[in-house]
Write a protein that binds this ligand. Structure first.
Ligand code: PA5
Length: 406
């Protein structure tokens, strides 16, 4: 169950009258989110993945795991960040590196990364899951070609059985590739964009392979979808702060294994809202490490930043050697005191509390952020589901490289 606390001070204070002024706008946004309009299928958990797809994915995950294979997930942006963040959040900090059964690639142009991955694979068995809604994105398409060549060497006749393609149900060039080559095909709904796709086959296969109980996660998201008021409240609080001059939101965590969740949140909010010269700039802030770094700015720099602080109420406890409390308790005391101190320095905090790191709570949290990100974009009067700002650099790269590829 998610709850919110506000720690604000003078300039960053949010009044009831300010919130009430959003009443009509929120009614419209609620109606829109429930309308099944364009790119909104993520808001109805029953449309993100069919029971047949879920059964197919579970069988596939079982096959991958029963052959002790590694799943190489190739994708960028919304095609990998969600699954990677949850894998990291649910894993132990230190475990045998050889136990890692999902590895992510295709989100950079580092040749060294791929060479090192191939070296690491050695004699280990692997499957490839190439995830691209459009089927045309540069980084994953190149990583896929590279890893496919390697798969052909390792499994000369049987490599097609080791390739899974996840792509848009309509219009993607990968649909034909999968059919022609005999790769396992998973489709994602036309009406769900990359950064809202975690609860579709895009996220569900990698999560199943790394042992996440996706039924519980979907249940958490479905339950939370019944009442979106708190997510709308968060969107409104961010919007009020934005209009008071707080242009940067620092997603602040106190458990380092949530750092990829912060990156997922950053992508979701950054690509959804930052357009047409508007939007809050999202940054990631990992505490307590950053208290000894950008903590200085948050306390004492310009009054342009507020924080979204994630508090996990119950964490694995480990007693402090010289006090009667645990590390987790101390961490939460520090969280409260830091938020209070920052508020005194005019850096407000919106504290989002969740019970614990498990599938159900993360299902709720993912859905909560989906709604808040989309609603925030509507409040800014921008389209939540496009990303016109990433086209310009793509054109320039294409222009410069068009003669290189054959
Ligand atoms: O959220 C988005 O829509 C983007 O970040 C995409 O996920 C990213 O650009 C990858 O696109 P594609 O899945 O088409 O390769």
């Amino acid at each position: 169950m998610i709850t919110i606390d506000y720690l604000t001070h003078s300039a960053g204070h949010i009044t009831k009258a300010e919130v009430d002024a959003y009443k009509d706008k929120l009614q419209d946004i609620k109606a829109k989110l429930h309308s099944h309009g364009p790119m909104l299928d993520w808001s109805d958990i029953d449309t993100t993945i069919t029971p047949e797809q879920l059964a197919d994915i579970k069988a596939l995950a079982k096959k991958i795991n029963s052959t002790h294979s590694i799943l190489i997930v190739i994708g960028v942006g919304g095609s990998y960040l969600g699954a990677e963040s949850i894998q990291k959040a649910f894993n132990k900090y230190f475990s045998d590196f050889n136990d890692r059964n999902v590895i992510f690639a295709g989100y950079n142009l580092s040749g060294e990364y791929l060479r090192s991955l191939i070296e690491y694979l050695g004699n280990k068995n692997f499957y490839i899951n190439y995830i691209s809604k459009s089927g045309t994105t540069l980084e994953p398409s190149l990583a896929f070609e590279t890893m496919l060549n390697y798969a052909k060497q390792r499994y000369p006749k049987k490599y097609p059985q080791r390739v899974i393609i996840t792509t848009n149900e309509k219009g993607s060039p990968l649909l034909d590739v999968a059919k022609k080559e005999g790769y396992h095909l998973l489709t994602m709904p036309e009406n769900i964009g990359g950064r809202y796709s975690l609860l579709t086959p895009v996220g569900v296969l990698p999560l199943c392979v790394c042992g996440v109980n996706v039924d519980d996660m979907l249940r958490g998201a479905r339950d939370w979808s019944q009442n979106i008021d708190l997510a709308l409240e968060y969107a409104v609080a961010r919007d009020i702060l934005y209009h008071k001059g707080y242009k940067v939101d620092a997603f602040t965590i106190y458990e380092p294994k949530l750092s990829d969740l912060a990156s997922w949140w950053q992508q979701l909010f950054g690509e959804t809202q930052g357009k047409h010269k508007k939007g809050i700039f999202p940054i990631c802030n990992v505490n307590t490490a950053n208290l000894h770094s950008i903590g200085q700015y948050l306390q004492d720099g310009e009054d342009i930043i507020f924080e979204t602080v994630l508090r996990i109420k119950h964490l694995d406890d480990f007693k402090l050697p010289n006090a009667d409390i645990s590390y987790a308790d101390l961490n939460m005391i520090v969280l409260d005191q830091v938020a209070t101190a920052h508020a005194m320095g005019n850096t407000p905090s919106i504290v989002i509390n969740i019970d614990k790191i498990d599938e159900y709570n993360f299902g709720e949290l993912v859905y909560f952020f989906f709604v808040a990100a989309a609603a925030g974009a509507y409040l800014l009067d921008v389209n939540p589901f496009d990303q016109p700002g990433v086209e310009k650099y793509k054109q320039l790269v294409k222009q410069k490289t068009k003669e290189l590829f054959h």
